[in-house]
Write a protein that binds this ligand. Sequence first.
Ligand SMILES: [Zn+2]
Length: 276
Amino acid sequence: MSVHAHPDDESSKGAATLAKYAAEGVDVLVVTCTGGERGDVLNPAMDKPGVRENLAEIRRAEMAAAREILGVRQRFLGFTDSGLPAPGEALPDGCFALQPLEEAAGRLLQLIGEFRPHVIVTYDETGGYPHPDHIRTHEVTLAAFEAARARAGWQPMKLYYHAALSRDWFLAMHQAMTARGIDSGMADLLEELPQPAIETTTRVPCAEYFETRDRALLAHTTQIDPQAGFMRHPRGIEREVWPTEDYHLARSLVEVVTPEDDLFAGLREPVAEGVR
Ligand SMILES: [Zn+2]
């Protein structure tokens, strides 16, 4: 179970991992807390009449397309996007970030009880990105993980936070592109990027699924500019220098040895039978 704030987050964070496990036969559920109703149109080609007015509906269709490409199941929790308020600006009434934690975690617990995930993935306490919905997604998921046995009748065994696209990733990509005479466009970003606060414990090899990840990302047509940002770096270089997506193991109820290369490490072996 991979818990995200908005449609498109599942494709920009850990998508190759989801596609890989789905292809291997794991039942993968993406949970999307909000509908992304207050998002911007980030692809200039999609900034045209009729798009902003119908953004909620368009993003549902984009999510459905991405879900098909990744080969996963997906459910909305049904909360409303909080938007990204300017400093000092209040959050809009009724938005996800203002929901009582208990109520929001209750909806996720309902899904945990139905789906019975062994592993849950979400963001760390910083949200990975300073959007109120991302931080709330972390809080809700952590609260649900901790209350799951008592309130959902099912205890997931491992909880992970995304650790992908770290400073080390940008540095490795920048150096490899520079060495090949390609302008990475990452130099300014590298100046600002701090070292991550969380340790990478787990690197999942998934380079074969980068192409699937890219198709899922591009299915979010209002959110991804095919000419800019993450779409710009050469995929051959990425597969060579960073063929994994990375995670931080935040909670584990099974014995593990880190570093790991599998989110299900410790759950596949017969020794895990007893904890089912
Ligand atoms: Zn988001």
